[in-house]
Write a protein that binds this ligand. Structure first.
Ligand SMILES: [Fe+2]
Length: 443
């Protein structure tokens, strides 16, 4: 295929990908019962109604004037729905449901905005020589921003009581697998972090740009994610009461929030119950445990191990014993598919650890992509030469504060396009609602 034909195909794909991403956020809002639209499932976050407007207003604020010269038709909503909030420190929001517009008003705004943008996008993609030179990147930003919200909205709606939700069809039962996690020796070698420029047209956020190699010394990594049954031993051994396993900040956070077990678990008499997206079940012992960075770190300390660094994760996931070119995905070069892992909105909940052996890395480390983001001990920081994206300068730069940690891999609700090797996710260490798991290393 010639370069021109490829360019036309990419442009056409972008619009259909944006429409596909909209279907993902629409699907999440369909989970919410009408009467729950103004609920606030997580105290630090906005009410659900905000996000209904936000995922659309973001596209409009990004594209309408900058890329297409469109005139605002509802500046009040453009501003009201512009910004989400990151819950670090500070007080809790105090707005009331009546402070917000009706669902109907928001949906009318969304509908008109989509129509205007779709028309402009179609037109611009047919005449690329007339359009904004960064239109392609802006559309990628719109698509991935929306897909990220499709995932983080699922974290939020996970906290919404089951009777405030409409259950969506669940993935059928996973084949029960009993695996024994063991330490896998990873020999010393190099790991490439960041987006390689020879990967052609692949989009990357500002924090991914700047491929660079790092030397990684020999280390050993657990072959499987820490499962609920592993973490239960830590809980039963008094891990949450053992001061020596927690940093000062983590201990203070745990005491303040009165946290004694993972947020997805609930104690009922002598039983442990697990909160799935749409109901409660007995604690599924084989599923990966979802915990905050602080809890993961305490568990690793308990075993005398550590969380991996970002570079160690890369080495174990993408390196090979032969030391040749690193793989595109842990399993090789092929695009993500259902056999390789639990990702791309395939399920609302995790699968048992080790249920996707066809997704293992060259070293035999399982589930590195999918089934839960994986915590690293690397603080989120810019790569050398970092330049903020001009049309979304705060995307990464607002979080280079040493208080956020890199997560790698992906969860059941992570879109396939964000499973690329260079993608970096991050969260603060005391936020227990993320679909994030971990595994430990010895180095
Ligand atoms: Fe956002």
């Amino acid at each position: 295929m010639g370069a021109l034909a490829t360019a036309v195909r990419i442009r056409h794909d972008l619009h259909s990908r944006l429409i596909g991403a909209r279907a993902r956020t629409d699907e999440v809002f369909q989970v919410v019962r009408e009467e729950a639209m103004y609920d606030r499932p997580i105290a630090e976050r906005h009410r659900i109604i905000f996000y209904l407007g936000h995922v659309e207003a973001f596209d409009w604020n990004l594209l309408s004037q900058r890329a297409f010269g469109l005139r605002p038709f509802h500046p009040g909503f453009d501003q009201l729905f512009a910004f989400g909030i990151d819950p670090v420190g500070g007080g809790l929001p105090t707005d009331k449901p009546t402070d917000w517009p009706t669902r109907e008003e928001v949906e009318r705004y969304n509908h008109r905005l989509r129509e205007e943008l779709d028309h402009a996008i179609e037109h611009a993609l047919q005449r690329p020589e007339e359009g904004h030179p960064q239109l392609i990147s802006m559309l990628e930003v719109a698509i991935e921003h929306r897909l990220m919200h499709a995932e983080t909205l699922a974290y939020m709606l996970h906290r919404l009581p089951a009777d405030r939700k409409i259950a969506r069809p669940e993935q059928g039962a996973w084949k029960a697998v009993r695996v024994k996690s063991h330490l896998v020796e990873i020999p010393a070698g190099r790991a490439t972090l960041g987006l390689e420029s020879d990967s052609g047209d692949e989009f990357g956020w500002d924090n991914e740009i700047g491929a660079h190699e790092l030397d990684v010394a020999e280390f050993a990594m657990e072959s499987h994610n820490v499962a609920n049954h592993d973490f239960l031993r830590f809980v039963q051994a008094g891990g949450y009461q053992n001061r020596s396993l927690w940093s000062e900040e983590a201990w203070a956070w745990k005491a303040k929030e009165d946290i004694e077990h993972p947020m997805f678990w609930r104690r009922e008499g002598n039983l442990w119950v697990y909160r799935t997206m749409f109901g409660e079940i007995r604690l599924p012992l084989e599923w990966p445990v979802y915990v905050s960075h602080a809890e993961a770190t305490a568990y690793a300390n308990w075993l005398g191990r550590k969380l991996p660094t970002e570079a160690q994760f890369h080495r174990a996931a993408y390196g090979t014993p032969e030391g040749k070119r690193e793989r595109r995905y842990p399993w090789g070069e092929e695009a993500p598919s259902a056999a390789r892992g639990n990702f791309d909105f395939r399920s609302w909940d995790p699968s048992p650890v080790g249920a996707h052996p066809a997704g293992a890395s060259a070293f035999g480390v399982h589930d590195m992509v999918g089934n839960g983001w994986e915590w690293t001990r690397t603080a989120f920081a810019p790569f050398s030469g970092f330049t903020p994206m001009p049309f979304y300068p705060g995307y990464s730069a607002n979080f280079f504060d040493g208080k956020h940690y890199v997560m790698k891999g992906g969860s059941p609700r992570t879109a396939a396009c964000m499973l690329r090797r260079s993608f970096r996710n991050w969260f603060q260490p005391h936020y227990p609602y993320v679909y994030a798991t971990f595994r430990c290393v010895e180095d």
